[in-house]
Design a protein around this ligand. Structure first.
Ligand code: PMV
Length: 322
């Protein structure tokens, strides 16, 4: 038996990934840009055990069957195909971020699984290889392999679609916990529905390509105001394209909208703060580190907050036998 332990953190996109060009290889319609956080790590242990008849998933101490286990099995099939091993594995995952609440647990989850599975099955992958592998589990996981700020290149095929680090200004993110219950519609299903039914989808794709170019140049120039404005606009455009789906779909709640308004009011008072939200009601506010306390105080009456800074990339903590 070989086992390996890996840890990864969630990331929050400033320019979002929303829509696939190729669902089986998880190739995105556009590139995206994110910050990997230093909070809410996921730690995953993969134990390769030739005695097992199928892969087992233990999530937060509880054995899970159904869709989550099947997703892990499909992912491990890729690792087995690359390693030449047919053995099954026991996967134990501990998330510290509320699962499936639009706080990117699939990103930290599949990044940690990619690291632990690659090590346990003896695949020798560099950062790019790990990012490509993590992408197969969940698109946004490609970015959680990377420390700090990451651009995920859309690419044209499996080989060219990976994330890598980009320089960026010093920033913090105030994560608000509006509602951490499991969301009713997964981002996978919602993306599919958007591509198939939202009449605004082509405009979303073309405007996001432009936003990514501008955001990367704002990053390189250290321009927090421009980067923040692009991030907030891009997030609202993503929610707009989602809200144009049939059957209808909306992730933002009245409390989320209230937080967007409070952040706009803070800007009126001269504080550089910008709101974003993934596929869920929890708003994340981008700001300078020195303004994070002011932002958190503004939201205190509405939701609990956690302040995050740029975090580490994927770490393999242990491999036995080495
Ligand atoms: O990686 P997925 O399939 O969980 O999709 C994530 C999509 C968003 O979080 C909404 C946007 C993003 O770029 O992370």
């Amino acid at each position: 038996m070989t086992h390996a332990i890996a840890r990864a953190h969630p990331n929050i996109a400033l320019v979002k990934y929303w829509g696939k060009r190729d669902a089986s290889a998880n190739l995105p319609a556009t590139g995206s840009l994110s910050m990997t956080l230093d909070v809410f790590p996921t730690t995953t242990t993969v134990t390769v055990d030739p005695v097992l008849a199928r892969d087992l998933l233990v999530l937060g101490g509880e054995e899970r069957d159904g869709v989550p286990r099947e997703r892990v099995e499909r992912f491990l099939d890729l690792v087995r195909a690359a390693s030449g091993s047919a053995a099954h594995a026991r996967v134990e995952t501990v998330n510290t971020v509320p699962s499936a609440a639009g706080l990117a647990s699939s990103a930290s989850g599949f990044a940690a699984l990619a690291g632990a599975a690659a090590a346990a099955y003896g695949l020798d992958l560099d950062e790019r290889g790990l990012s490509r592998l993590a992408r197969r589990g969940s698109g946004s996981a490609s970015r959680s392999v990377i420390p700090g700020f990451a651009v995920w290149h859309a690419g044209t095929d499996d080989e060219t679609s990976f994330a890598e680090q980009v320089p960026a200004p010093d920033l913090a993110m105030v994560v608000t916990m509006v509602d951490c219950r499991e969301k009713a519609v997964s981002s996978r299903e919602a993306m599919r529905r958007t591509v198939l039914t939202s009449p605004f989808y082509p405009a979303w794709v073309s405007s996001t390509r432009q936003s990514l170019e501008s955001a990367l140049s704002a990053c390189a120039a250290g321009d927090v105001e421009r980067l923040g404005r692009i991030a907030e606009t891009n997030a609202l455009r993503m929610h707009a394209v989602i809200q144009a789906c049939d059957p209808p779909l909306r992730y933002l709640s009245p409390a989320s909208v209230e937080i967007f308004d409070r952040i706009a009011a803070l800007r009126e008072r001269g504080i550089g703060a910008y709101a974003t939200a993934d596929a869920g009601p929890n708003v994340v506010v981008l700001t300078r580190p020195e303004d994070a306390t002011t932002v958190a105080a503004e939201i205190a009456g509405l939701a609990e907050t956690v302040t995050a800074h740029p975090g580490p990339g994927l770490q393999v903590l242990e491999r036995v036998p080495r």
